[in-house]
Ligand binder design. Structure first.
Ligand SMILES: NC(=O)c1ccc[n+]([C@@H]2O[C@H](COP(=O)([O-])OP(=O)(O)OC[C@H]3O[C@@H](n4cnc5c(N)ncnc54)[C@H](O)[C@@H]3O)[C@@H](O)[C@H]2O)c1
Length: 419
């Protein structure tokens, strides 16, 4: 099998990356241990939504530039091996590196001088040096001279992969003398600016890119909960903070989670100098579903046996990615209240009900994801027509433009100008 680059882990990062290399004429070997995923790609089907990739896969299919395998060892056919495995965290505030360890163990007997191993996964500070040391310990290579190891983090937002791969600066943190240069030689095919740094700085830059967002969104979420205590309107307070003020800029509330934001702060907390600060940020974001359920109970009383509709299961707008979504947590909390939960999401793979079925007869409607499809007067109209006459709508995103976290559907229609 001849290949210029092997990509191990054909997930939401690995598969678009493999396709992007192939689009630029590189022979790519994509490796994954999930037979269902491999079968889908072989059949020309994207296993998830990512803008433009259906068409790209269809175009590349006949070229043979993307080959597939389920054997990690096959990766050694290419000089460049890029690891794009998932890196979850343990509940011990620690990165779970078992995936990376297992793949590196499989690769070690097949590595030869000239190979370049790129860690594209998000990893805790120190992981690149660990992998380099681990490989050197087992096969005696001098990293940076005979074998190259670097971290080249992925900072692309879901849904924007094909556009951002060639525009975002590409950070490369190489171990030893030449790893950075060798790995830059692969990624320069995308034409983006290459920024060379140390491995640990590359790791920190990626993690802190996510920490900034996780923290930025915790502030309006905390403000939303504080406002509720004081009987204040969070959207009006946010407007007062930001309006014509050069140092404003607070974001708006919402469900802040997803696989990256939720776990990456633990990679920093592993060795934090201020343990607790980011845990508090996480606690704020994680409390939002509970706050909203309690807010409904204060207004309506028990939810037992009452129909509650949840709009959205994805962790963010217009994606089908449900991993670590707070919408699932909301559903679990509602089920623990013995509510009859109905769910509608037009994007996700999990089967859900059509909008009308989900909201018909509902006494409460939660907007859990700010999908564009929901943020329209038509959705509010359907709620008004199908839900119970006194339906309480919970809209922390202000999808309906009425600037109310909790409001009855009839009030919302007036406030948002649809009546
Ligand atoms: N999803 C994003 O938007 C995003 C953005 C930036 C960074 N990241 C980081 O990139 C990394 C990958 O994320 P993802 O969302 O693509 O993960 P993912 O879980 O979607 O993909 C991982 C893939 O690796 C495969 N796999 C697991 N173990 C394997 C093994 N032993 N051999 C071969 N294949 C194996 C899985 O089947 C899966 O297809 C993570 O570290 C993540 O934090 C993700």
């Amino acid at each position: 099998m001849l290949a210029d680059v092997s990509v191990i882990g054909l997930g939401r990062v690995g598969l678009p990356l493999a396709l992007s290399f192939a689009e630029r004429g590189l022979r790519v070997l994509g490796i994954d241990n999930d037979p269902v995923r491999l079968d889908a790609v072989r059949a020309g089907q994207m296993p998830f939504q990512e803008t433009g990739t259906d068409e790209l896969l269809a175009r590349l299919h006949p070229t043979g530039l993307l080959q597939l395998s389920d054997r990690v060892q096959d990766a050694a056919a290419a000089d460049h091996i890029v690891i794009t495995l998932g890196t979850p965290s343990f509940s011990h505030i620690e990165i779970d590196m078992s995936g990376i360890r297992s793949v590196v163990d499989d690769l070690i007997p097949h590595l030869r001088p000239g190979h370049a191993l790129t860690l594209r996964s998000t990893i805790a500070p120190g992981t690149t040096e660990f992998v380099a040391g681990y490989v050197a310990k087992h096969n005696g290579f001098t990293i940076g001279e005979d074998l190259f190891v670097a971290h080249c983090p992925e900072r692309i937002a879901a849904g924007h992969f094909l556009e951002e791969i060639s525009t975002l600066p590409c950070i490369v943190g190489g171990v030893g003398e030449s790893s950075g240069e060798v790995v830059a030689g692969l990624f320069e095919v995308f034409g983006a600016q290459i920024v060379q740094t140390t491995p640990v700085q590359a790791e920190l830059a990626k993690i802190w890119t996510n920490i900034i967002r996780y923290t930025q969104f915790a502030l309006p979420n905390l403000l939303m909960m504080d406002c509720d205590q004081y009987g204040a309107n969070v959207f009006e307070v946010i407007d007062l903070i930001n309006r014509d003020y050069p140092r404003g800029g607070i974001a708006r509330p919402g469900f802040t989670a997803g696989t990256c934001l939720r776990k990456d702060f633990t990679f920093s907390e592993e060795r934090s100098s201020a343990p607790g600060m980011l845990l508090a940020v996480s606690r704020v974001n994680e409390t939002v579903p509970h706050f909203l359920v309690e807010g409904v109970k204060r207004r309506l009383g028990t939810l037992s046996g009452r129909k509650v509709a949840v709009l959205g299961l994805a962790f963010k707008a217009d994606t089908d990615d449900e991993r670590d979504s707070l919408a699932h947590k909301l559903v679990r909390l509602l089920e623990r209240e013995l509510a009859d939960v109905a769910i509608h999401d037009p994007h996700v793979a999990t089967p859900t009900q059509p909008l009308d079925d989900a909201v018909t007869g509902a006494e409460v409607v939660f907007v859990a994801t700010n999908h564009s499809a929901f943020c329209s007067p038509q959705t509010l109209e359907r709620i008004g027509e199908c839900a119970s006459p006194e339906c309480l709508v919970v809209d922390p995103w202000d999808c309906f433009g009425a600037a109310q976290v909790f409001a009855y559907a009839s009030e919302l229609a007036i406030l948002s100008g649809t009546l």
